[in-house]
Write a protein that binds this ligand. Structure first.
Ligand code: MV4
Length: 456
């Protein structure tokens, strides 16, 4: 097992990893920027190294500074968390070259899944359902026109180097194709230094459902069921839940098997997530694979009663899984609300500042993952998420009631947060029914008046 892990991240995820390390008797090194010296991850780690100024490019995104911090402290492994360097194949190679274990998949897997067109091809070859479209990237408008005639409209042009909603163009009619193809490619070239694009049929009113995976170094892979992340705004997830309100045991088995099959095909190791689009006919299609632990991992932890970070560290250290798919059981219902320092009344504008009072909800089935506290100053340089509120109940109805109660108890003063937004969503008839798609949040926000709160 590792002796000392350096956590190359900040905020709640840094704290989350430190907690797992403590329970595994592994030493911890926190790194921080000059803007994060008062952060809780620094307080709770065994050691701290300040790696640079507030600007992420000179601190959390600076591979050399992080590797230097490992060398001075004698850390033997690096946990990248999510964001920052978590899906940077070059960084994982630099770690290996410095005799450091990067806690994550191989650089080859990170690279392959980061190339969205290649990832889709590999998944298709493995037998995972994909959205009908071009066979890989398209290099001319003539080729695009030929594919479009086959695929039909509406269609979507996606950047190979994009992902997470970046570099996409919806094309409703043939007349829009040429512009969409050239602007998508030019934008991708400017944003990612790679102008390659591919084409897919546009799946109407889908849900976003993803499968949590864990693979050891010996080819054993299990899944921990799904998370429904349909509730998003501009590709930012706001609320996640498990099970998906539209899931059936048969669909879960098929989706879980598909995700495991795809991961086996790419020789996957570690924790990962396969994202699917799910249409209204219960057909699902591979969307992307995330080669990191995700923000919403606690939903699966609560649902399947597992500490995914500890498991991720164990398999990275070379331990075999030690259990099979049949050993994994899920029960009840889990919901997570992301609490962001943003003003829902002002287009969710980030609102950093000082938290003057902070009271965390508690009670049975309530979990809060946060690095914030009363008096904490939220720096303006990073992500605006300050807490995750996770509740579980025996049923979706019980979880909704518990979430309403917990949101009412969560007191944060000094800055605006997304708590009032979540509270309204939890009263919404369409949310409560479970019958919604990725357009829910936009429709909800554009409504003149909120519908009467519904009981569950
Ligand atoms: C799609 C799609 C419809 N059809 N692909 C958005 C994020 C990126 N991972 C892919 N995305 C989409 N791809 C096809 N062929 C609709 C979306 C999409 C979406 C997906 C999941 C959650 C929210 C979304 C919001 C808008 C568009």
């Amino acid at each position: 097992m590792f002796k000392k892990i350096l956590i190359a991240n900040r905020g709640e995820i840094a704290l989350r990893v430190i907690r797992a390390c403590k329970e595994l008797d592994i030493g911890t090194v926190a790194v921080d920027s000059e803007a994060d010296r008062d952060s809780l991850h620094v307080r709770f780690a065994d050691e701290e190294v300040c790696i640079g100024p507030a600007r992420a490019a000179e601190s959390y995104l600076a591979p050399k500074r992080i590797i230097a911090a490992c060398e001075v402290t004698g850390a033997d492994a690096v946990h990248p968390g999510y964001g920052f360097l978590a899906e940077n194949a070059d960084f994982s190679e630099m770690c290996a070259a410095s005799n450091l274990h990067f806690i994550g998949p191989t650089p080859e897997a990170i690279r392959a899944m980061g190339d969205k067109a290649l990832a889709k091809k590999m998944m298709q070859r493995a037998g995972v359902p994909v959205v009908p479209g071009s066979d890989g990237v398209i290099d001319s408008f003539d080729a695009a026109r030929a594919v479009a005639a086959d695929v039909g409209y509406p269609l979507i042009v996606k950047a190979s180097a994009g992902g997470g909603g970046r570099g996409m163009r919806l094309v409703k009619v043939p007349a829009e194709l040429e512009r969409a193809f050239s602007t998508a490619s030019a934008e991708a070239q400017a944003a990612f230094g790679n102008g390659e694009v591919y084409i897919e049929r546009f799946v109407l009113r889908p849900r976003h459902v993803e499968i949590q995976l864990l693979a050891d170094n010996y080819g054993q892979i299990v899944h921990f069921g799904e998370r429904d992340c349909t509730l998003q705004r501009r590709h930012q997830k706001l609320l996640e839940e498990s099970p998906s309100p539209v899931m059936t045991p048969a669909l879960r088995a098929r989706m879980g098997d598909a995700a495991v099959l795809g991961a086996q095909h790419v020789g996957y190791r570690g924790a990962g997530t396969v994202e699917f689009l799910l249409d209204d006919r219960h057909e699902f299609y591979f969307m992307e694979m995330n080669t990191r632990i995700q923000v919403e991992h606690p939903v699966s932890e609560e649902q399947a009663d597992v500490d995914l970070i500890k498991e991720q560290i164990r398999v990275a250290a070379g331990e075999p899984l030690g259990y099979t798919q049949e050993d994994i059981k899920w029960s009840g219902h889990t919901i997570e609300c992301r609490v962001n320092a943003e003003d829902p009344e002002r287009d969710f504008r980030p609102a950093p500042g000082t938290i003057t009072s902070f009271h965390i909800p508690g009670g049975h089935g309530v979990r809060v993952d946060t690095h914030a506290y009363a008096g904490y100053v939220i720096p303006p340089h990073y992500d605006s998420m300050i807490a995750k509120l996770i509740v579980r109940g025996r049923s979706r109805e019980e979880a909704i009631r518990k979430m309403r109660r917990a949101l009412d108890e969560f007191i944060i003063e000094g800055i605006p947060t997304t708590i009032p937004f979540h509270r309204k969503v939890l009263d919404d008839a369409d949310f409560v029914s479970g019958q919604f798609d990725t357009g829910f949040v936009e429709r909800f926000l554009n409504r003149d008046t909120q519908s009467k709160p519904v009981k569950v």
